[in-house]
Design a protein. Structure first.
Length: 489
């Protein structure tokens, strides 16, 4: 049965300008440059350049005043034409570059990609048309490390549906064998065990009868799980060998490359653009001063041509045809979009400066010295409270943004960390604890690596109240393996 009633709800509706600002806040500097170029290309009303000269402004304003009463119900020119005195705030910051500054970029040679390198070798093989096609297809499916991640049955299905090629498992296996014979040794493997076996059989083909090589091959073939978990005592017992004999075999395995294709893909990666910092920090008379890196961000304005067109349409309003009215609607839409975008860029820069100044002020001692132990515990709420911004806004500013300091370039997220209380009642950053943890592990005896329990004990002796499970959490965040997997012979 349907019932009719009244209910009251509170809904927050974002304006177009707020939506623009939210999207722009998330963009790092390089992407902002691309976004501005895209907006200029898509909106003919928006263009690069400073606002018009004073006489132009007066002319437009006078014309507007004369006709304003008649057209107030539609829109006002002043809403869309920027005031010359109102220079965008991002142009008021100190310019970090002079005309003499030169951007020195280290040239990298891209060289061949892994696929190109393998295809060049494939052309030298004596293969029929189908064999060549299948091998080349498999090469195209290798990842950056040189592995074939898809199973052969799925590849057969791919060939049938996408290439209209029928192939059986024997043909695919034969093609894969051809790929695995190419250089660098180990490409075309399906997993780590296979790539290591391919490499050891290729690299030590003439030394397979050497005791240490035979042991290494035996380990990879039959005791790979024990090897990967570093259960060395089990391997010694099952093979009936000494620790010294095992060490020689392990040394051979460790010389193999777990990612045989990485040397080629990395050449391409090195040619990628370097990180462009969003902020530049300098120490001026002992104080940290931060500015926006707005070198490549152009000033924006409404097109002069469209201002003239707007005036012409206003003057002929009483005699407007249907197409002219449509033109007015189109122009109003584009003028709105241009105005909102210019304002959003301006507000973005103001918000970024407000946030970064709060961060630098909060971590002032660190930014002056560069000493990580000087980092204070800081969370998003701390900066939100200082700036009056919402936590989500601070999060958007901190995301994907970098700051250039006199001791390196860092992501803003680096400066945020939780706090922990010492036995003396002092609150320290968890980053300081992680640094000590890293130092302990770097200096440990690799034959008897420190367990999480032992690490917790060391930190407690240094005055940090910390549990074993917390040590395990920080160790994992640092990407450090458990003690058993850090063990070396």
């Amino acid at each position: 049965m349907l019932k009719q009633g009244l209910s009251q709800k509170m809904l927050q509706k974002l304006s177009p300008q707020q939506i623009q600002l939210i999207k722009l806040l998330e963009l790092p500097m390089v992407q902002l440059e691309q976004r501005i170029k895209k907006e200029i290309e898509e909106n003919p009303v928006l263009e690069e350049g400073h606002p018009q000269e004073e006489d132009t402004k007066d002319e437009i304003k006078n014309d507007t005043e004369e006709n304003n009463s008649e057209y107030d119900d539609e829109f006002s020119v002043e809403d869309y034409i920027p005031d010359d005195d109102e220079i965008p705030s991002y142009k008021l910051t100190v310019n970090n570059y002079s005309k003499d500054d030169k951007a020195v970029e280290i040239p990298y040679s891209e060289g061949f990609s892994l696929q190109e390198h393998l295809t060049e070798q494939l052309r030298l093989k004596k293969l029929n048309e189908k064999e060549y096609f299948l091998a080349e297809y498999l090469i195209g499916m290798l990842d950056e490390a040189g592995y074939l991640r898809r199973d052969l049955e799925s590849i057969i299905d791919d060939l049938a549906f996408s290439q209209n090629i029928t192939a059986d498992i024997k043909e695919i296996e034969a093609a894969l064998k051809v790929v695995q014979e190419l250089d660098p040794p180990g490409v075309g493997a399906r997993d780590l065990q296979e790539t290591l076996l391919i490499q050891i059989n290729r690299n030590y083909a003439s030394k397979k009868q050497d005791p240490e090589v035979k042991t290494a091959i035996n380990i990879l073939q039959n005791y790979f799980e024990e090897f990967s978990k570093k259960h060395y005592s089990k391997i010694e017992k099952r093979l009936g060998i000494s620790s010294e004999e095992l060490k020689k075999a392990i040394d051979i395995i460790l010389k193999l490359n777990p990612k045989p294709g990485s040397n080629y893909s990395s050449a391409i990666n090195r040619a990628a653009p370097e990180i462009t910092p969003d902020f530049i920090l300098k120490i001026v008379e002992g104080e940290p001063v931060v500015t926006l890196n707005s070198k490549n961000i152009p000033p924006l304005r409404v097109s002069r041509t469209y201002e003239e067109m707007l005036k012409g349409l206003k003057e002929s309003k009483g005699k407007q045809t249907k197409s002219e009215k449509q033109a007015v609607g189109f122009m109003k839409q584009k003028l709105d979009a241009a105005k909102w975008f210019i304002d959003a860029v301006k507000q973005r820069q103001n918000t970024l400066l407000l946030t970064i100044n709060a961060i630098v002020g909060f971590q002032k001692e660190y930014f002056i010295t560069g000493d990580e132990t000087k980092l204070r515990p800081m969370i998003l709420k701390d900066i939100a409270d200082l700036t009056g911004l919402d936590i989500s806004t601070v999060s958007r500013v901190a995301n994907s943004k970098y700051i250039q300091t006199h001791f390196g370039i860092f992501p803003l997220k680096f400066f945020f960390s939780e706090g922990m209380e010492t036995q003396d009642g002092e609150t320290v950053s968890t980053r300081e604890i992680k640094k000590i943890l890293q130092e302990c592990i770097d200096n440990e005896d690799k034959k008897k690596p420190l367990t999480d329990e032992k690490l917790a004990q060391i930190l407690q002796e240094k005055g940090y109240k910390i549990a074993r499970r917390t040590v395990a959490k920080y160790r994992e965040q640092l990407g450090i393996l458990v003690a058993r997997l850090r063990k070396e012979l």
